[in-house]
Design a protein around this ligand. Structure first.
Ligand code: BTN
Length: 244
């Protein structure tokens, strides 16, 4: 269960705020929603644009008693949980793009920013940030530097509160069972939704670039790239993936 659900009008970033609470030891099972973020953050140091009336900006804090190693693949599993929540409302054509973007009809609908604090053995704290586009206005949309999808356009009329309740429901289920079951329990579900399975892709980490065919994910959530028959496994972090 959640201990606290905070609804804020405006905040710099729900992830930043919740990370601060985790540090004080008071962030476990807390969810924070904001109407607007003035400094929303995305993966790989990018901004996440989230002015008023543009969907969902949500963070959830959770403490685990195991070390960070037991959380491998969690961010991919969060993608599966989000897809499940969207499927409850029959949102069509939901797909996942490694490591944890939610796509719809060939563009990004939602993103996940998972931030960890902890050590390798003892306990660790996670903040899971979810940003979902809905009702983007054109002046906002033109600032986004990648193809985007908008829930209100794809599937109009979903009450936002119901959607958030479904997301929280799926997330809490996942967080409770994750230490025991790990990513392998979610691998098949992830694979079914894999946007790029069997397609030529480009992976990039800084100035390094790899090309090959996307060949799914392994039990730990690493992307498998088929490079002329040689299978190479890539673990999340700062790597980006795009179609060729
Ligand atoms: C990405 O795809 O790059 C991840 C985007 C994550 C955005 C969400 S919005 C709520 C939470 N607070 C933040 O500052 N970021 C995440």
């Amino acid at each position: 269960h959640l201990r606290e659900l905070l609804l804020l009008n405006e905040v710099d970033s729900t992830n930043t705020q919740l990370l601060a609470r985790m540090e004080e030891g008071d962030g476990h099972a807390v969810a924070m929603l904001a109407e607007r973020q003035s400094a929303g953050r995305g993966r790989r140091g990018r901004n996440w644009i989230s002015p008023y009336g543009t969907g969902v900006s949500l963070s959830v804090g959770w403490e685990f008693s195991g070390g960070v190693q037991s959380l491998e693949g969690l961010s991919l599993a969060v993608g599966v949980a989000l897809a499940r929540a969207l499927e409850r409302f029959s949102v069509p054509d939901v797909r996942l793009k490694w490591p944890n973007d939610i796509w719809c009809r060939g563009s990004k609908l939602a993103g996940v920013l998972l931030e960890l604090k902890g050590d390798l053995t003892d306990r660790c704290a996670v903040v899971i940030g979810i940003g979902l586009n809905s009702g983007l206005r054109i002046e906002t949309a033109t600032k986004i530097d990648q193809p985007w999808a908008d829930l209100q356009q794809v599937c109009p009329g979903i009450p936002r509160n119901h959607l958030v309740a479904a997301i929280l429901d799926e997330l809490l289920l996942l967080l409770h069972e994750y230490p025991q079951r790990g990513f392998s329990a979610h691998r098949d579900a992830w694979t079914k939704l894999d946007q790029f399975a069997g397609q030529p892709v480009i992976l990039q980490a800084g100035s390094q670039v790899w090309t090959g065919i996307a060949a799914g994910v392994d039990d730990k959530g690493a992307l498998i790239l088929d490079m002329d028959g040689e299978l190479k496994h890539f673990h999340g972090g700062e790597i980006s993936l795009r179609g060729q």
